[in-house]
Design a protein around this ligand. Structure first.
Ligand code: HMH
Length: 221
């Protein structure tokens, strides 16, 4: 059977769930300008903690790529992602001080802990590269699609939030996500049915966690 683009199949099959994560009420409120800045600040603080946990996850994906692939392309793309994260952490610190969010005193909410635990489960050496790279792609793709939508011509995103939207919504990040998708497809194409099935479950778990993560901005959980 033609499994040239497994991720494309998933996106079609699970379209409503994917839309739920990439057209969430929180990012739609950014896009239409109705967002409550206290929600934004809650998201900012929680996402800083998430991104800190994302660093060792990316490092683990890098190790898997280095062990399980022959050419340098995979390692190069992932290394670029790690370099971006370094920048991103510095950006979070600047952005937080701009919004009077004290990053030292943020308490991780349950959803954030659940997401970080999920990342940790993927760091295990028993999880193969195909699974890790496809989850990695999905995590980045949700942010890319969500924030790119906030930058479209007809959006009313407040000026103060545009820089945040550009961080994940810019064309360079879009290109990076397509590179990750292509690496994921390459691995999934040659993976066993069992590994592909596991990766699909992970994909759905990522979408569910992303929705829960956006939900945290409401501050009622
Ligand atoms: C929750 N998902 C979450 N935070 C992020 N910063 C990204 C994805 C993209 O890196």
């Amino acid at each position: 059977s033609d499994r040239a683009a497994v991720t494309v199949t998933w996106l079609k099959k699970h379209r409503p769930i994917y839309i739920g994560a990439t057209r969430h009420p929180f990012t739609l409120a950014i896009r239409d300008g109705s967002v409550d800045f206290s929600s934004f600040k809650r998201w900012l603080g929680q996402d800083y903690l998430f991104v800190r946990a994302f660093v060792p996850f990316l490092a683990s994906v890098l190790v898997k790529a280095w062990k399980e692939t022959d050419d340098d392309a995979d390692v190069d793309v992932i290394l670029g992602g790690i370099a971006t994260l370094n920048d991103e952490i510095a950006w979070f610190k600047r952005e937080a001080s701009k919004w009077d969010v004290s990053l030292d005193s943020i308490v991780p909410q349950q959803t954030n802990l659940d997401y970080c635990r999920f990342l940790e489960s993927l760091m295990s050496p028993d999880v193969d590269y195909a699974q890790a790279i496809s989850a990695f792609w999905a995590i980045e793709a949700v942010y890319q699609e969500s924030f790119a939508h906030c930058l479209e011509d007809d959006s009313k995103t407040p000026e103060a939030l545009k820089e945040t939207c550009r961080r994940w919504g810019n064309d360079g990040f879009g290109h990076y996500c397509r590179a990750l998708q292509s690496l994921a497809n390459q691995q999934l194409q040659k993976a066993s049915e069992e590994v592909v099935a596991k990766a699909e479950v992970n994909f759905l778990r990522v979408l569910e966690l992303e929705v829960d993560f956006w939900n945290m901005s409401r501050g009622t959980t």
